[in-house]
Design a protein around this ligand. Sequence first.
Ligand code: TTP
Ligand code: MG
Length: 389
Amino acid sequence: MGAPRWILHLDMDAFFAAVEQRDKPALRGLPVLIGHDGPRGVVATASYEARPYGCHSAQPMSIAKRRCPQAVVLPVDGQRYREVSQQMFAILDEFSPVVEPLSIDEAFLDLTGTQRSLGEPAEVARRLKDRIQSELKLTASIGLAPNKFLAKMGSDMNKPDGLVIINPQDIDRVLLPLPVSRLWGIGRVSAAHLEEMGIRTVGDLRQLSIERLQRYFGSDAERYYNLSRGIDERPVVPDQEAKSIGHEQTFPADLGDADDVRRVLFDQVQQVAYRLRKHGMMAKGVSVKIRFGDFQTISRSTTLHAATDLTTELWQAAREMFDRWPFQPVRLIGVTAERLNTGGESLELFPDPDRARQRKLDQLADHINEKFGKQTIRRGGADRTHGQR
Ligand code: TTP
Ligand code: MG
């Protein structure tokens, strides 16, 4: 065992709804539902005022509205939330050199060994909450613990605006009384099975021998053996070391127009390309993931001639893959840059003037976006594909 680690997990509170309430003061204090307000609409999130009525993420909008008829319903403004998310990540980058993004509003930070430069982890966590409050006018919940599993649990324990610190000596007190369903990977079905055998809490689970765990969980036994003891050695993997960088989006209802889907895909390519450039990475592969209606999710990948971080080259690869699918209404689309390296291959012996021009355009866009708020500038390339299929 190495030196004790300090891992921080941060998760914004009612993220989409909080951004709307911040930007539209008339909505503050009111129940707000974010999502498509149609018969097939789904709730992306509910403000904390709407939650006591039983409204929550992933619920059909019709049910949420029945539970809370006075709620204000707003559509998802993805671009706006991504902008705020990028501002949030820019703050996080100042608080640790090792930041692992998990979703639009959530990240792990490794604070191990940053005491000398940044201060005590508990103090850093408080400062981080203050910064998010003063700079973004939003609240975040934080868990601070010796590992990822406990940190993530902590951030969820006192939402909204929570700060839960789990010291090594507190682990058993916090962990043992929790229902087994709180362990990552144990769903409702497994929890019901375990309950039939009298195993309700993490404490009950800890009593089981590794042999019995193997009978219940097969190859996952060791993970549960460890989790029930508060052990989780997974490292925080910063963006720079990510094997891939991707964006995906599920629509509340199928998107029936190929050009609309292409525009979303292009938007995602721009984000991915921006992140590649920010981290000095080049991608040798691109994959596109798609779900048509309720069918299974499928993906296609391609290998590029040369590793790239150019928006236009990534877009060309993604668009070609997308256009090879006979179009049907789309429920989910996503793009991932894969097989990343740190750009050694980018040294071009015979610089291509068109590539050089594209690189200048990308640099200009990144510069402007960074100076005036990320994604101020978007390129109009997606529209050029109109009618090309
Ligand atoms: P979450 O962090 O899961 O939820 P939240 O931030 O709204 O609320 P909490 O305070 O409990 O953290 O998700 C972040 C955002 O992602 C959320 O605001 C909306 C979006 N989202 C969806 O679009 N669909 C979903 O099913 C979920 C869970 C989230
Ligand atoms: Mg959240």
